[in-house]
Design a binder for this molecule. Structure first.
Ligand code: KG4
Ligand code: ZN
Length: 331
């Protein structure tokens, strides 16, 4: 079974072809990040308009890369939510209409299910059950993943997502959007601990996160120091360390609570090297395997949607002719 996957939930337009036997055949992505950088964040209307321009050529390119004709596609999977509703509608309308025209089944996929299953695209996929830490610009959560469709969220952020906190703090430090990677780079030349920031929620039991207080603490710290290149780097380093300490401590608790032997890290912040080092250390200490999807599948992509959709279509799932786009949709 060959499945075309489509992702347009935010600011990446993507298409991929997954084959049940041969695996991933192709994946294409266009990032709108340069367009939104000018505005310091994603502008929903511009995102939708750009998806309209880019999606069909990307689908065509993904088919060509895979050496697959349109009539060889057996089903279509698209991100049905959560995300920006106008952006979602573009992918959903194109996907549902192609399925209608080709007389093939379509299935709307939950974006976070895509992220949680992304590691299954790797050569040695993790075995179920595993603990997933999903840290992106839009979400921070810990989930028990026991199998397809069997996900239980056991911790999440009560306010900002980890990536959002990185981006907002980067903005405070005068770095351009999206600030996460820039802040991580600046942190390399700073020293954590010179300037103390809090480790939110560590004094409380449970697995939830909160990052907005940390951002406020940065605002206060910036008022109280003389801003030089070196003090900015120290604040970046301490901020990054505070986020890493918090994420690692919650993963430690969640591994203790679940007894799982495998931890999967997904989402854009999973690319952070300090976080990776700290989680690998945690894995060694606990005898737990820590794995990541390859970097390009940590961030938004259509390969993960094609895979999740393939699993659902192969299990016999079919959507009706309704075009599904749900901005808020619990997993
Ligand atoms: O998963 P993703 O590409 O998009 C969604 O939000 O769905 O994640 C993007 C987020 C942004 O907030 C970005 O700043 C952050 O991931 N990010 C990083 C790093 N690379 C990307 N944050 C910290 N360190 C990094 N190296
Ligand atoms: Zn995402």
């Amino acid at each position: 079974m060959k499945v075309l996957g489509i992702e347009t939930s935010c600011d990446e337009t993507a298409a991929a072809i997954y084959d049940g036997q041969a695996g991933l055949l192709s994946h294409r992505l266009y990032s709108q990040v340069a367009m939104h950088a000018e505005y310091g964040g994603v502008v929903p209307e511009l995102a939708s308009r750009d998806h309209v321009r880019k999606l069909l050529p990307l689908i065509q390119a993904a088919l060509t890369d895979a050496g697959v004709q349109a009539d060889e596609i057996d089903g279509i999977a698209y991100t049905a939510g959560p995300g920006l509703v106008g952006a979602l509608l573009v992918g959903a309308s194109v996907a549902r209409s192609l399925a209608f025209a080709w007389n093939k089944p379509a299935v709307g996929v939950h974006h976070l299910e895509g992220h949680l299953l992304a590691p299954m695209l790797e050569e040695t996929p993790p075995e179920f059950p595993f603990l997933a830490l999903l840290v992106s610009g839009g979400h921070t959560l810990l989930a028990e993943v026991r199998g397809l469709g069997n996900y239980q969220i056991i911790g999440s952020s009560m306010d900002d997502a980890a990536g959002e906190a990185f981006d907002k703090t980067a903005k405070l430090l005068g770095l351009s959007y999206p600030g996460g990677p820039a802040l991580a780079k600046l942190a390399d030349s700073g020293t954590p601990g010179k300037l103390k920031l809090p480790r939110p929620m560590l004094d409380r039991p449970g697995l939830d996160f909160s990052f907005s207080g940390l951002k406020t603490a940065v605002v206060v710290a910036l008022r109280n120091v003389e801003l030089t290149d070196s003090s900015r780097a120290d604040i970046a380093a301490e901020f990054q360390q505070a986020v890493v300490d918090t994420l690692v401590a919650k993963c430690d608790r969640a591994l203790e609570q679940t007894g799982f032997r495998s931890l999967v890290v997904a989402g854009g912040v999973g690319a952070n090297r300090a976080l990776r080092r700290a989680l690998e250390q945690l894995g060694r200490r606990r005898g737990v395997q820590v794995s990541y999807p390859r970097t390009e599948f940590c961030t938004d992509n259509a390969a993960m949607i094609a895979y999740a959709g393939y699993r659902r279509l192969a299990a016999g799932e079919r959507d009706d002719l309704k075009i599904r786009a749900t901005a808020r949709w619990p997993l």
